[in-house]
Every structure is written in structure tokens, then in C-alpha cells.
Design a protein around this ligand. Sequence first.
Ligand code: ADP
Ligand code: MG
Length: 236
Amino acid sequence: MNLERIPSGIMGLDELIGGGFQKGKTYLISGEAGTGKTIFCLQFTLEGLMNGKNTVYLTIDERPAHLVQDAATFGWDLDEPIRKKRLNLIDITPEFSELRMGKFKGDVENQKILDEIRDQVKKVKAERVVIDPIAPMFASSENQFQLREYIRQLMFSLDELGTTNLVSSIIDTGSNMISKFGVEEFFASGVIVLWMEREEMAYNRVMMVRKMRGTPIDLRVRKFTIDSKTGITLYG
Ligand SMILES: Nc1ncnc2c1ncn2[C@@H]1O[C@H](COP(=O)(O)OP(=O)(O)O)[C@@H](O)[C@H]1O
Ligand SMILES: [Mg+2]
């Protein structure tokens, strides 16, 4: 079955992934701090807004006001879509404060997260959901097996929303992993990894498509730039 393709909003990327993300699926964008995950998420959001696709953008540990300011440095206006109830930008840090204090009750909390996302999607009739980043939601889970189960539940439930979803994961600096917990990539329909590569006395921004279900991928590492006029642009 050929699913509708959803543009990523990243110039040069869609042609590498069969025309875009598959509608209704969940994708992972991972990388260390400062590699461009949030800007990637913003571009996906803006592409949607420009084409009539309302979006729920969940942030954790970053104030929505800061995100709005950061977007403005690229000339991207989030205030208007928020006012028009086309963009639902929410900080879900408070929901997770208990969880972080070690009071994670597992299934109950996970269900709360999912209900919250579902409600927020309904509120603006969203067609896209962004979670930027996923990691702190589960930071206090002690048991690897449980953690894997929570992440599986969350990502599968996202797939049931009917929205096209982008989830970011912060890779610990210097680790060889491609996600925070080493499990997100299994449950995502696709994985794009961002990092920096040293070339003599400077670093280049690079990305690679690690996984894209139902789509042949080109495993070449691609350079990209972040520019205050266009955001992320991929090369060659
Ligand atoms: N207006 C801008 N113009 C050009 N580059 C920018 C601009 N704003 C941020 N950046 C670059 O993007 C990087 C941060 O990207 P971000 O998406 O926030 O990273 P992450 O979410 O992976 O931590 C910054 O370190 C900076 O180099
Ligand atoms: Mg970020």
C-alpha cells in the first residue's frame, strides 16, 4: 500500500526518503545537544502550518516563550498560528515533575500522557504532533524492561492518533547510541540522526537517514547548514 507522503520541511531531505514521511507514522530525530533537533522540529511544524496542517508541539524543559523567540530569530512567526488555534504549543514539564521525583506509577502516568496528547490533538484538530524531546518523560524509570514498554506504548499510541508525528531524542554527548534510551529507534517508522563531524580545525553539521520503513534509503552522510534565513538545508 502506498501511503501519502508528508513533506519534512527540510530542504533537500524529502527526495532522500521517498518523498517525505509516511502519513500517520511516527519518526525519530536524534542527536546530541545543539545538533539542530529543535530547528528540524520547527521546520516540520511550519511546513505543516503553511499548508493548512494544524500541529500540537509538546516541549519539555523548554519554555514555549523561548521556542517562540528562537523561531523568531529565523523570521518564523509562531505567535499568529498560536493565536489562531492552529498551533498548540504546550510545556508538559509540570505533568512530569512528579514522575521525576521518583513517583512514577508506570501505566497510570503513561496513560495520562497519552490522554493529554489526545485531548490536545482534538483541541486544534491537529494533523501533526511533535514531542521535543521525549527523553525527560521517562527519565526516572528504573527498570529497562519497563522503560522499553513505556516507550513502545507511547510510540504505538502516537501511531493510532492518525497524525504524522516527530519525536526528538537527545543522545548523551560522546555516546555511540542513536537515541537516549536505545529503544526509541525500534518503535519509530524512521530515524534521522544529526551530529557534527570534525574536519581539520572546524566541525561540519551532518545527518544520516538511519531507518525509513517502506522506503529504500541512501546511507551516505549528508552535510547540512543552519542558516538564519532558511534554517536547515541539506547538501549533495
Ligand atoms: N537564527 C539562527 N541562525 C543560525 N543558526 C542558528 C540560529 N538559531 C540557532 N542556530 C543554531 O542551531 C543550533 C541549535 O539547534 P537546536 O535545534 O536548538 O539544537 P538541539 O535541539 O539539537 O539541541 C545552535 O547551536 C545554533 O548554532
Ligand atoms: Mg532542542
